[in-house]
Design a protein around this ligand. Sequence first.
Ligand SMILES: [Zn+2]
Length: 309
Amino acid sequence: MSMRELVVLGTASQAPTRLRNHNGYVLRWDDEVILFDPGEGSQRQLLHTGVTATDLTRICVTHFHGDHCLGLPGTIQRLSLDRVPHPVAVHFPAGGADYFARLRHASSFHETADLAVTPIEADGQRIALRCGTLEARRLRHPIETYGYRLLEPDGCRMLPEKLAAYGIAGPAVGELLRAGHLDLDGRRVTREEVSTPRPGQRFAFVMDTGLCDGVYALAEHADLLVIESTFLESEAALAAEVGHLTAGQAAQVAAESGVRRLVLTHFSQRYADPARFADEARRHFDGDLVIAEDLTTVQVPPRRVPSVE
Ligand SMILES: [Zn+2]
C-alpha cells in the first residue's frame, strides 16, 4: 500500500518556543505530498525530516496569520533554487490574495518554479486530485479561514476465496473490476458477489477556528484528524473570543465525528506541560490520541477491515 503519513514540522501557535517551531505539516498521501500552513522556519524543519522541496506537489494555507504562512517565502524560493521540475499547486483563502502575492515575492530571487495557484473562493470548494478530492470548508476565525479534507473515493476489496470459487484469476479479475461483471459459461458474476465495499480513507486538517459547522463537516469520519487545540478548558472563554478551540472541544468533535486517530497541535506557549492537553482530551475521546511534537511522523491508521459474511 502507498505511504500515507503526516510529518509534523512545527506545533506552536503565535510564536515559536525553544521546543516548538511555528506550525507546519506535510501530508504524504499516495502521489501527493502536501505542505500545510508553513510557519516561520518551515524550510529548515523540512530539512530535518528528509522531505525535500522537490517532493512537494501542493501547498495549502488555511489563513494568513503569520504562524501559518511566514514560511511561504523561504519554501517558495526553495522550489526555484532546487529547480523543482513539476508544477506545485497552491491553495489559500481568496480574500488573502494580496498577502500571498507579497509573501511569494517577499525578496528578490530568480523565479523558475511553476506555481499552479487556485485560491479558495467559497465554502465547500472541491479540487479533483488523482488520489481523490480535496475539499475546503469555511472556519470561524477573525480573518477568512478554510480547513481542508482529503477524501479517497469508496472502492471495493476483492475476496480471494470467492474469486477462487468461481475460478476467476489473472487478467479476468481486472476485467471484472473494470466492467463490474464477468460472463462465465453463460453465468454473469457481478463485482458485488466477489467483493466487499471498501470505504475511502479520509484526512482532515482543521485550524484556526472556534467551534462551527465547518469543523464538524471536515472531521466527519476522518481516519486522521489534525486539529488545533490552542487552549485548555480553563481558557474556554478566551478561546471562543479569539476564534480558537480547547483540547476538550477538539476531542469532543473527534468523538462525535467518528474520528479514528486524533492529532492535537497548535499549542499556546502559556502551557509548559503537553500532558495537560492529553488529560483533557482523554475525558472525551477514547480513540488513538497524539499530542503532536515537532519532527515526528504520524501514520494514517490502516484501513478498517471490512466485515465479511
Ligand atoms: Zn490564526
